[in-house]
Write a protein that binds this ligand. Structure first.
Ligand code: HEC
Length: 412
């Protein structure tokens, strides 16, 4: 294992654990808020917001939500903020390890734009910081009086940035950057708005003053934004497993549809309780699911490269009948030798990948045959292999591989 791979493993592991804790907490609190029961006899009590009983891991938990009276500060108060920070910090570390290091191998795709490594890193950092500034200023100005307008502008800006990123970076890196951007906005919300306003509430309570509920409202607004960003962000974290999405020519549009569907599902989870006793919410959820599925299906349908017409050898003395064209394995092997084994071999020759990526090797006929369906998918259908077409594969070669797979991927 190289140092690079080890760092990737370590940071990714931390990132996943912290992310589960952060998003898990936030979903649990959302759920608590929606499920609190208000006892009638306590309805007139000042500050009482409801309570509930839960059972978990062998014990019963009684949770009550209430506003604190001035001077009523409990001696120990638990905050939930480091999960967010750890997730974000490990995410940025992962961005450096996976996308900035290694000569920007996963970041730069010369067929999209031939950026230099430092140029690409500058664009990357600039977009992340810029996106936060635009968002924050927008919601501190327009968002105050016209949240609907600020909401529409934010979505339009996100679409614009997602499109712009796909014109700068490899599809995979563009997707990931939209994720980093959302995660950074969420973290900015936590540390510059939500935590400070909670601090002020705590300080007011401690010093025996009334709480300023305008602060509460401001924190609530950003908290709702974070809530809607979680599902889209989670898809983006997984997106590098789906070359059919980021490898598509309309990858920015696919990303947007998926983000919209994710936020939509979150929305219905949020309002489900308000719609209690009424199966009406099944309709909108169904509609979103259908629209998203249809759109995705249509968008991910991509015509494989035209199959080259292999001229059949003239069949002597048998005029009128044609021998069906067949791609021989020897041909396939020579293409793979020329275009793939620099990276996919027990001994790679590509400095970017000292170890065969994903453990995929094409050294023997059996290895090639076993991976035939993946080869067709990556090389012919979504054309995300060879990696950034580093080995300069021609369309005819893709077509030949596709035809070989279609003909049953035989070793003769
Ligand atoms: C410059 C290096 C490079 C070259 C050349 C290359 N690949 Fe890859 N390949 C990668 C990397 C990096 C990954 C892992 C990242 C990914 O899946 O996108 C990968 C992953 C794969 C996978 C596994 C992922 C999956 O979807 O199952 C397959 C299959 C694959 N490549 C096939 C090929 C074929 C076939 C060729 C030749 C036509 C080829 N590759 C050429 C770098 C390369």
């Amino acid at each position: 294992m190289t140092i690079h791979e080890f760092l990737d493993l370590l940071v990714r592991w931390v990132h996943l654990i912290a992310g589960i804790m952060w998003i898990g907490n936030s979903m649990l609190f959302n759920w608590l808020d929606r499920n609190l029961e208000k006892a009638k006899e306590r309805a007139s009590e000042v500050g009482y917001e409801g309570k509930m009983w839960m059972v978990h891991s062998g014990g019963f938990y009684e949770v009550e939500k209430r506003l604190l009276k001035p001077g009523e500060m409990p001696s120990t108060l638990h905050w939930f903020k480091w999960q967010n920070f750890t997730t974000w910090a490990s995410g940025i570390a992962l961005l450096v390890v996976v996308y900035y290091a290694n000569g920007g191998a996963f970041l730069i795709d010369p067929s999209v734009r031939a950026l230099g490594q430092w140029e690409a890193i500058a664009f990357s950092l600039g977009t992340i910081i810029g996106a936060w500034l635009i968002y924050d200023v927008l919601w501190k100005t327009v968002g105050k009086s016209a949240p609907m307008v600020a909401g529409a502008l934010s979505i339009a800006a996100l679409l614009g940035i997602a499109y712009g990123l796909t014109q700068l970076f490899s599809g995979r890196a563009a997707y990931l950057h939209v994720g980093v951007l959302l995660g950074s906005v969420m973290t900015g919300n936590v540390w510059t708005i939500i935590v400070p306003s909670q601090r002020k509430l705590v300080a007011a309570t401690e010093s025996g003053q009334e709480q300023d509920y305008a602060l509460n409202q401001k924190a609530k607004q950003r908290s709702i934004h974070n809530n809607y960003m979680t599902f889209p962000l989670l898809f983006i974290m997984l997106s590098n497993h789906f070359p059919g999405t980021y490898g598509h020519p309309l990858n920015w549009l696919i990303l947007f549809v998926l983000m919209f569907a994710g936020a939509g599902v979150r929305h219905f989870m949020n309002i489900r309780y308000a719609m209690k006793g009424n199966a009406g919410w099944l309709g909108p959820i169904g509609a979103i699911a259908i629209i998203a599925t249809v759109l995705l299906f249509v968008l991910s349908m991509r015509k494989p490269v035209e199959v080259a017409v292999v001229t059949p050898p003239p069949s002597a003395g048998d005029a009128g009948t044609t021998v069906p064209a067949r791609v021989e394995f020897a041909k396939v092997q020579s293409i793979i030798q020329a275009r793939c084994v620099t990276c996919h071999s027990a001994k790679t020759t590509e400095p970017m990948f000292p170890v065969a990526p994903n453990g995929i090797m094409f050294d023997t006929p059996a290895q090639i045959q076993l991976l035939a369906p993946r080869i067709k998918d990556r090389v012919v259908v979504n054309r995300t292999m060879p990696f950034i077409n580093k080995t300069g594969m021609a369309d005819e070669e893709r077509a030949l591989l596709g035809q070989w797979v279609d003909e049953g991927a035989k070793l003769e």
